[in-house]
Write a protein that binds this ligand. Structure first.
Ligand code: BGC
Length: 424
């Protein structure tokens, strides 16, 4: 047995996002859900569903979720986890788990339901949320925009509108004025490239407009929106630490042919570094979301002999090491702002957390400036266009009764967080 000690003051956390947990929303996604729930449920009844983007996996594995996935209600966020009303209960759980950090997003559609009209009650709600966290000694990591737009923005061009960056900066400025000293860490935009890829390049998410040109336009506007928001927040809250969260991937190739090696380098530049480079001077930290590596030159869906999570992603607690070490050259603090897995029965999560943190510890020992680990997610939640069936929570949620049950893996994580160390 050896003991791995984490640096003093390390952030141990869990994350959520507004639309995935709060409930009671009216935004671009709720409109899309209403129009598409029947279609998505019907797709799940197709015998080849497992092979589709939303099925994502092996037939046998998907069989366990087919019933839930073929029910239209699965695709309606509705009351979700009712976190809007139950946040105190959820923060009790954070405390019980010895977590000192909570990443959450605020809901733009609630705060600015109409152009330029800010809802003070909604803002005050989040102020109470932040006060409650602070009283408990928990650091709030506030995401301003996760993936969903107010309806008025969606209807006036969404992120493709040339006005989007200024609209976003105005919202960011207002929020940072309201939150003042109570918030240090802001994530302006969650995974801008995942958003533009899924909404435009692949066209799976609203507004489902598949086009490579729109993808680049969206991404350009999002980068500009971040920069403008960064400056706007700094002007009113100079103490703030601001960044985006970016989903990094470690690219590997099995064949090591010159062509595949070249592709790997290109993919690394295209996916990982080009966006960090583009935001140079406008990030105080790297918000690092990580789920799995990508294998170039091979269909990675279910290669034999590799374990998979419920949604077919590879069980991969090791490559996070390479992805973290590769960021050393930026010389910026790194916060792991998302990492986790869909695992309804909790058969993998405990081991995943231990093994991932072992890799993170190794990366820190080798010079990566990692300051915190925020597990995705605190609660089972509404997994976007896949709906409720994938369960990412440290805490199980019974969506009928809203009862929360802490999973064994969360207890294990709590021990690590309480002692700032890991026994392996
Ligand atoms: C997103 C989360 C999502 C998670 C798992 C991340 O890319 O930020 O909203 O739940 O992936 O799919």
């Amino acid at each position: 047995m050896s003991k791995l000690e984490f640096p003093k003051g390390f952030f141990w956390g869990a994350g959520t996002s507004s639309h995935q947990v709060e409930g009671g929303h009216h935004n671009e996604w709720t409109e899309w859900e209403k129009k598409n729930a029947e279609r998505l449920a019907k797709e799940a009844r197709d015998e080849n569903w497992h092979d589709s983007w939303r099925g994502y996996g092996k037939k046998e594995r998907n069989a366990a979720f087919a019933k839930e996935a073929s029910n239209p209600d699965n695709y309606l966020s509705g009351t979700a986890c009712d976190h809007w009303n139950r946040y105190e209960e959820d923060f009790d759980i954070l405390e019980e788990l010895h977590l000192n950090t909570y990443r959450f997003s605020i809901e733009w559609s609630k705060i600015e339901p109409e152009e330029g009209i800010f809802d003070q009650e909604a803002i005050d709600h989040y102020k109470k949320v932040i006060t409650s966290l602070r009283h408990r000694g928990i650091e709030p990591f506030v995401t301003l925009w996760h993936f969903w737009l107010p309806v008025w923005i969606a209807e006036s061009g969404g992120v493709l509108s040339p006005e989007f960056p200024d609209r976003f900066a105005r919202y960011a400025e207002r929020i940072s004025k309201e939150f003042g000293d109570s918030v240090t860490f802001y994530v302006t935009i969650n995974e801008p490239d995942i958003y533009s890829s899924l909404s435009f390049l692949l066209g799976f998410w609203p507004p489902e407009r598949k086009s490579i040109f729109l993808h680049f336009r969206a991404l350009g506007h999002l980068k500009l929106a971040h920069k403008k928001a960064y400056s706007a927040i700094k002007a009113v809250a100079p103490h703030a630490k601001i960044g985006i969260t970016k989903q990094f991937m470690h690219f590997v190739t099995l064949s090591r042919s010159p062509w595949n090696l070249l592709l790997c380098r290109f993919a690394d530049w295209w996916w990982n570094t080009s966006i960090v480079d583009a935001l140079k001077g406008y990030q105080d930290f790297i918000g690092f979301n990580y789920y799995q590596k990508k294998i170039i030159g091979k269909d990675i869906r279910d290669p034999e002999g590799i374990e998979h999570t419920d949604i077919g992603w590879e069980y991969d607690p090791e490559s996070i090491y390479d992805a973290l070490v590769a960021l050393k050259r930026y010389d910026m603090p790194i916060y792991i702002t998302e990492n986790g897995l869909a695992d309804a029965t909790d058969r993998l999560r405990g081991r995943f957390i231990t093994e991932t943190l072992t890799s993170v510890h190794r990366a820190i020992s080798d010079g990566a400036d990692v300051r915190g680990y925020i597990h995705w997610s605190l609660l089972d939640n509404f997994e976007l266009d896949k709906g409720f069936w994938p369960r990412f929570g440290l805490v199980h949620v019974d969506y009928k009764t809203q009862q929360r049950t802490i999973r064994d893996s969360a207890r294990l994580y709590a021990k690590i967080a309480a002692s700032d160390s890991l026994e392996i």
